[in-house]
Design a binder for this molecule. Sequence first.
Ligand SMILES: [Zn+2]
Length: 428
Amino acid sequence: MRLYSTLTRRLEDLPAPPGPIRMYVCGPTVYARAHVGNARPFVLGMWLRAWLRERGYDVTFVHNITDINDKIYDAAAAQGRASDELARDATQWYLEDTGLFGLGRPDLLPKATESVPQIVAFIEKLVNSGHAYAADGDVYFSVASWPAYGELSRQRVDQMEPEETNALKRAPQDFALWKATKPGEDTSWPSPWGPGRPGWHIECSVMAEDAFGPVFEIHGGGLDLVFPHHENELAQSRALGHEFARVWMHNGMLEFTGEKMAKSVGNVVTIREAIEEWGRETVLLLFLGSHWRKPMEFSEETLQQAKAQLQSFRDFLVDVPRGQEPLEWERLEAALDDDFNTPAALALFHEWRANGRGGDLREGLRVFGLGSLAERVSAPPDVVELAEQRLQARAARDWAESDRLRDVIASRGWLVRDTPGGYQLLSG
Ligand SMILES: [Zn+2]
């Protein structure tokens, strides 16, 4: 299996199965309902985990929650709310909304607010090794102390856009690791430099290393995170002698085109709105048809096309007997093991449909959470939510709650079956 890495600008081989594959994908900053663009790294991560498991890998997928950030303070103040309450609510919304995809949950969802002591300890090491300096209650990473700075985004330091200008910094490209509490900020944590809070970049270095240690196989996120977020994560961790992530996967952004999407206010389409309007299967099929590295056109037209393709699979599968053996599975392996080429997989699915290969198609769609296309009816959102709650209960080993939810789901006419990637909902 090989994947394109932004760090080396080429395809990199993953170790042979079972690995392990430790994968960290930057999660949302929680202050509002998540934008449908935020769904792309989530869906890519869940699909990649499902495929790697299919291929015999031992995979751990960590997806963090950034619940300390300027945007949260700003949004909370504008609503006259406490920032920690808003962050708590928005975290729950993100879990519910991404749960609507029916792909299950990442293995671990660490929160910045639960990682502050580790973050302070990490910053102290950077200060003690001369890579960071304190200034008036803030702490900054010194870009001049790390000559490799710029290796991920391939920029020269003197040509970089400074993140924010600030008289306390020694150089404009230096970035904050710790910020002293400012008036109007209603949360703070103690530190050797006074009360304050961590900067965004250090949160991710620490949450990733907390989960995995100083080296792990895959780091993901949107293309917009290459600089400065991931450049800074890499510098902080490597400055301490940690290898950090080996393969850096950056997914392309969503492009909102077409009259209707362009008109929607500020192009804000939330995950929930997209799924409520189009259904989870249509949105997933649209994602499937775009290579993860390329931009993805999110428009009325592309969604209509995805919906039509979906119907063609459903129409075909409804008449195909169950229990057919997949016979051309190695063709799917060839497509997905080569840089996780989902458009090639989708083209293969259409070929299987045209050639009457129902067994292959059913199994292939199942990898991507689309096994429901072989069902006569797909589960409504409230049943998917119950199944997600049950998955959470199982992760917490609360078997009584899991059984109770199974019964509630059954009372709505659905059977929940556990699968390696999460669960499947069968009508009946
Ligand atoms: Zn991050």
